[in-house]
Design a protein around this ligand. Sequence first.
Ligand code: ADP
Length: 466
Amino acid sequence: MRSLTLKLTLTFLAVSLAGVALVALIIGFTTSTAFNQFLLERGQSDFATAAAAYYQQNGSWDGVAEALAQQGLAVVNSVDNNPGANQGNNPGGPRNGNTNGGPPALFALADQKGVVVVRGGPYNIGDTVPSAVLSQGAAVTVNGQQVGTVLSTGGAPRPDPSSTRFLSQADQALLIAGLVAAALALGLGIILARSVTRPVRDLTAAAHAMAEGQLGQQLPVRSRDEIGQLTAAFNRMSADLQHSNELRRQMTADIAHDLRTPLAVITGYLEGLRDGVLKPTPQRYDVLFNESRHLQRLVEDLRTLSLADSGELAIHPVPESPADLLKRLAQAFQGQADSQKVTLALQVEDGLPSIEVDPERIEQVLANLVSNALRYTPAGGEIRLVGRREPSAVVMEVQDTGAGIDPSALPHIFERFYRADESRQDDGSGLGLAIAKSVVELHGASLTAQSPGPGKGSTFTILFRL
Ligand code: ADP
């Protein structure tokens, strides 16, 4: 059985059939028990009424067995102890004898003293019935006086034809109800099974499409149950896969592009020098040297990123003072800031707690942020290195009053090879912030950027939770 729909439908059907069968069984049993009880009570009442009428008429029980037998309520027969018994007199109706081939008698009758006067079951004429048994029988009362007791013999009543018809009609109704319930269960089971398996079929089709290279499959989430959650997770996975596939393709193109420019310059210069078209001057060697340095940096950045991606970028955290880190940074960049006529200010709160960092790696990150700030801040601007405390965190910030970042570019600046201004390609690899973010996150910290807009400066924030 390869279809989930078929399996579910058959399961629903099996469960409902079992339920219907059980209900039919219980109802059938209860109905026949209740009906037997009803027949027994009716028979007992008829027997008692007839017995009372006889007593009222005759003033004694003499001959009662024959009289009741004539009404079809009792039986007299050859083995009866009663010498006056009317042998085999049993004209139809519910019999009350058991030695002449009929069903067992249902009732016996005892007189006021508890002596059996109409036989039936274990009670024979002349037997004295214990008072404990008498108390369970039904009293026969004449003029307010108990004159006898009807005793139940424990026999099963034999239903008359109308009762049998009633019972078989009830059985038929039960059978029809059962069949209708089973048909309904089958119909509903098919609908339910199809609706349950539909999202699974959609998921299978989408997974096949993805396997064939059509990434980015999205399916409607129709419910909030487990299948809805599975669909939502599939949609997320599919979108992520498509995004990372696009990033990978874009990155390969970017790497090729970034390698081509310096390689073209180097090749062109080397050809000219080899053919004697260009004279080897110190300036030309400088160009060659700078281009190969650029290539070296690019390769180094790519290596760092791939190590970070594979989780192999090792960090060796030690307790470090944020104030010392920022001071060393300010000293390192003071000269460059002065020469660009940019103010470099240090603003560190007193008593900042130490943080667990790999000093070399974090210095690289901060240096990257400051050199970006210097690159995008014109003369007369200011770069501020801030160290401050936040509730349960230490924050280090590099703020500048420079070019700022367009809100549309802001979400992308940490992506690999992203440059807000494509024309400034020679300045950097476009990998600096991607590496910085990976390294900061390796420390369990976060790196974010804010900018009020172009021309309004930017702030890069590293937040270390304590
Ligand atoms: P790049 O090597 O191009 O600087 P980064 O990853 O360091 O690459 O930065 C990505 C982009 O983020 C930059 O191209 C620039 O557009 C933007 N950016 C980074 N720092 C700043 C800053 N301080 N001010 C304005 N823009 C910035």
